[in-house]
Design a binder for this molecule. Structure first.
Ligand SMILES: C[S@@+](CC[C@H](N)C(=O)[O-])C[C@H]1O[C@@H](n2cnc3c(N)ncnc32)[C@H](O)[C@@H]1O
Length: 292
């Protein structure tokens, strides 16, 4: 709430354009309709890497109100989102254009940041594939950046119809609308960033089985970009990982963050017995999984 307020008042922009630390009185004097707006940091609304859309989404009443239903969800099961709104999040996005836009913009702004880390730390991993499908890729920001860095890759952004129909055109990227529980377009590599944590194990296994059908044995692989919780603690991102676990529980039926042991189980059952975890400078890690 405090972050939302600060972004709405353009406080990060005010401090940046001042160029050095400011007192509260100086900031208060600057707040007004004619505040100069230059951007530097992740909360400045106009910045290329701005996280402001994420702040607006997380503070939207439709996203906040399910937290009021958390105890009911613990007692009865099911998602708190469904209890608050009578339908699940992606269903609501399909019938509410404004919520769809808000959610997709929030996903795209964080995708740009994680994708930067992914591109710099996983260069070899992308070099050896000729085609890549980003499953649940939202409006395509991540695959667009990957294709820009690796122009030999034929990129596909795959998501629900109501999402891809609002996606911008990107060079080297084809948008395909569909349902990952039914079928996934064929490619050498499948990217899934922040998808599996929305779903219970049995649904993740269904998605992985469809990925398995969509890739060739060689050089086929699935590139999962997700949190890997460290049961013993000690990771600098531990607290954020646990906070995300609570958000997943609230917003998605069976949604959760997973430890390596939990990942191994669903990967094996989904047809990916071999995997490698690659740490990147981000909350998420890369889980590179192979069909054999
Ligand atoms: C948490 S968002 C992640 C978006 C993107 N991968 C990112 O990291 O920014 C989950 C995405 O999965 C998509 N999705 C949900 N159900 C789907 C389905 N059945 N088939 C394809 N995509 C789906 C949503 O529309 C949404 O874009």
């Amino acid at each position: 709430m405090a972050l939302k307020c600060a972004v709405e008042l353009r406080i990060p922009d005010i401090i940046h354009s001042h160029g050095c630390p400011m007192t509260l009185t100086q900031i208060a004097n600057e707040i007004g309709p004619t505040s100069p707006s230059l951007d530097i940091n992740c909360l400045a609304r106009d910045a290329e890497q701005s996280l402001a859309p994420l702040v607006f989404m997380r503070n939207n009443p439709l996203i906040m109100s399910p937290f009021q239903c958390l105890s009911q969800c613990v007692k009865e099961g099911g998602s708190a989102f469904q209890k608050a709104h009578g339908r699940e999040l992606f269903e609501l996005a399909s019938v509410n254009a404004e919520f769809n836009r808000l959610f997709n913009q929030a996903m795209a702004c964080t995708a740009r940041i994680t994708t930067k880390a992914l591109i710099s730390e996983y260069e070899e991993g992308f070099r050896c594939i000729g085609s890549l499908v980003d499953v649940g890729g939202g409006t395509g920001a991540a695959v667009a950046e990957i294709v820009k860095a690796h122009p030999h890759i034929k990129g596909t952004n795959f998501d629900l119809q109501h999402v891809v129909k609002t996606a911008p055109v990107y060079n080297g990227v084809t948008h395909v609308g569909g349902d990952m529980f039914k079928a996934i377009p064929h490619a050498d590599g499948i990217l899934m960033k922040s998808i599996m944590h929305n779903w219970a194990d049995e649904n993740c296994i269904k998605i992985l089985k469809n990925c398995r059908k969509a890739i060739s044995k060689k050089p086929g692989k699935v590139i999962i970009v997700e949190v890997v919780l460290q049961p013993g603690g000690g990771d600098p991102f531990d607290n954020i990982g646990l906070m995300f676990d609570l958000v997943m529980l609230t917003h998605f039926p069976g949604g959760k963050e997973r430890t390596e042991v939990e990942w191994k189980k669903i990967l094996e059952e989904g047809g990916f017995p071999r995997y490698k975890i690659i740490k990147i400078p981000a909350l998420q890690s890369i889980i590179e999984a192979y069909p054999e």
